[in-house]
Write a protein that binds this ligand. Structure first.
Ligand code: AHG
Ligand code: MN
Ligand code: MN
Length: 331
């Protein structure tokens, strides 16, 4: 029996659209297309462990192509779900060196979607949660179709950002600037249902830091001092999943501080600005937290290239402030 309070993502998007009289419905369609792609990827992710068992049954997929690595598969699902809709000027992906143009045979539109189709892919084989991250901008260039400059916008210019978490359940979490909303997939009806309206980092936040301490010896002295403080007199616990989407999802729900610092070998850290740091920064800020590159707000950073990396500190505001304070101290 469908309870009256059950809200599907489609219903939620239409209700949200009603609050924007100037809305054309393009944004609502775009997020619905992303939700469809998420369902297709979720189905594949949940069968990933079975491919080995089923063996040859999955040698070829429906497109007659070789069984692909999940991140290549997820990349294609995203592109195919969005390229023909007439809403996009272009796309960009972690898996594609250059921007992804909209084929001439399809109409182009005013939005740009930049995505990490499968985040945390090293965790697939060990059945640890993985995710998809997406960032949505408006086209700024004046030509008929999107160009690189439409993708190189500061995070503060995003019109929306979101992620899909393929965990014990599949969740889609997004913000379009008026709060963070979480939906859980009910596979029995194939619908994302509103399960976490207006997500806010708890206050007081849980004192947990999340960082890969294997790199401790490569960090700056200031970074080493920060983590040493947190694990001694700071009284913090520690949690690190190694899947950015899962680590940030936990940070939104419980509080804490996620860090991927710069180090001697990677002076800009590992995570990519356009399709990992910036979308998550918008979400964390909309949930009442902060996101910094260690010196300034991540949303203010203007990208110079598609795949540029950035150090990142995001989570509960007091903990990001603490990190910036430690990092500002000279060695
Ligand atoms: P991706 O699979 O898209 O390359 O992302 C992996 C990232 C991110 O998910 C995670 O936070 C980070 O790699 C973990 O890196 P380390 O293994 O160096 O800790
Ligand atoms: Mn990633
Ligand atoms: Mn990835």
């Amino acid at each position: 029996m469908l309870q009256s309070h059950v809200v599907t993502i489609s219903r939620f998007l239409v209700d949200q659209q009603r609050t924007h009289p100037e809305a054309t419905g393009a944004f609502t369609d775009l997020l619905s297309d992303i939700a469809l792609a998420a369902k297709v990827i979720s189905r594949e992710v949940n069968q990933a462990g079975l491919v080995d068992i089923l063996g040859s049954a999955d040698e070829e997929n429906v497109h007659g192509e070789e069984q692909q690595k999940l991140d290549v598969f997820a990349n294609q699902v995203f592109i195919r779900a969005l390229d023909h809709t007439g809403h996009l000027a272009c796309m960009a992906s972690e898996e594609s060196e250059e921007i992804i143009p909209i084929p001439e045979k399809f109409e182009a539109g005013d939005y740009v979607v930049i995505f990490d189709p499968l985040d945390g892919s090293s965790n697939i084989d060990v059945n640890v949660s993985i995710g998809t991250i997406f960032s949505i901008h408006r086209k700024r260039s004046t030509g008929p179709r999107g160009v690189l400059e439409d993708c190189l916008q500061a995070g503060s210019k995003q019109v929306a950002a979101g992620y899909v978490l393929y965990g014990s359940s599949t969740m889609l979490v997004y913000t379009s600037g008026t709060g963070v909303h979480g939906f859980t997939l009910d596979p029995s009806i194939g619908e994302f249902l509103l399960s976490h309206p207006r997500m806010q980092i708890p206050d007081p936040p849980k004192k947990v830091y999340s960082v890969n301490e294997a790199y401790y010896t490569r960090w700056s002295t200031a970074q080493q001092r920060l983590v040493t403080h947190m694990k001694t007199d700071g009284g913090f616990g520690s949690r690190y999943i190694g899947s950015f989407v899962a680590d940030i999802h936990r940070t939104l729900l419980q509080g804490g501080l996620f860090m991927y610092p710069a180090d001697r070998e990677s002076p800009k850290g590992k995570l990519r600005l356009l399709y990992e740091a910036a979308p998550m920064a918008m979400i964390v800020e909309q949930a009442g937290g902060r996101a910094s590159d260690g010196v300034r707000n991540l949303l203010d950073v203007v990208p110079e290239s598609l795949h540029e990396r950035t150090p990142l500190y995001m989570g509960a505001k007091p903990f990001v402030d603490l990190a910036e304070e430690y990092l500002a101290r000279s060695d």
